[in-house]
Ligand binder design. Sequence first.
Ligand code: DON
Length: 346
Amino acid sequence: MTSIARTSIAIAVLACSWAMNTAEAFAQGAAAHADDKSSIERALSGAIAKFKGNNEGKNADYIPALAKVPSKLFGIALVTVGGDAYASGDVDAPFSIQSISKVFTMARVMQDSGPDVFLSGVGVDATGQAFNSIIAIEQYKGHEMNPLVNPGAIATTGMVAGKTDSEKWARILATYEDFAGRELEVNQEVYKSEASTNQRNQAIAMLMSAYGLIKDDPLMVTDVYTRQCSVNVSAKDLAMMAATLANGGKNPLTKKQVIDAKYVPKILAVMATAGLYDNSGIWLFNVGLPAKSGVGGGILAVAPGRFGIAAFAPPLDEAGNSVRSQLAIRHVAEQLGANPYASTPR
Ligand code: DON
């Protein structure tokens, strides 16, 4: 055998073993990233056991109906991108979605009108102010905010296609149902309770209309927004909605592509920036997952490409975020190594 032939065989063997090692490495990587059943179950039940005795925080009471929800309720659910569902605690208890709805109305508008309507409109930055701040509107005449604080969220509801409230509403509810993979209903008690006490949101909508960021009747838009906040969901529903985002906009159960995959990173970016209002930075610092809270006590979070997770417990902290839901999701995210910013190989 000539030396050239010997060298060629050596190169071929080397190339072959490199290819095999690469394949093995990918296989191991895939296995390392697969969320195994028993660790998920242990993490979820561990979170409930660890934090169920925590009595910190207080139910929201600025919407009178929310003050009456039993404070002890506590549940957590997780749905993988493969559609496997896990749950522990009070995961079927219905509660109003509240501000978590804002994520899915933003998704509707982005799908219909593209992301630029936000950049040139209400913005995609944190305000550093409370979710219902009027100062935040005045500072930049309705711009330099985002679709997850009330002024931006009410303006986003106004951007949903449809001239009448019923046209807009039908589109919003259908979108939420596609994310959840089942039919949803408005909690009439919460809706009536908020509709009769939402003068501040009406004022916010009037101001956003004065700055040209709400084109339709601002009071009609506020009413549709109030209805979207009153949609009843369970922790299981929210986990499925989060899993749809984790799965590139495709519901892992129904397999329906609810929004284009290209919009999902933009939605998650706004959630990471402003999903827990003025505590969004602390949340991202501690947990690293884009998330969204609601004053009903729900929080959902998204581990892109892996799973959606949601927890429910009514008592809130000062910023309006559920105390036990934050603790529970943080616990599970840590147990499952879900922080996408953690660069240590798992
Ligand atoms: O606009 C409001 O006041 C409520 N319907 C929603 C607020 C909310 O959930 C804020 N969340 N943490």
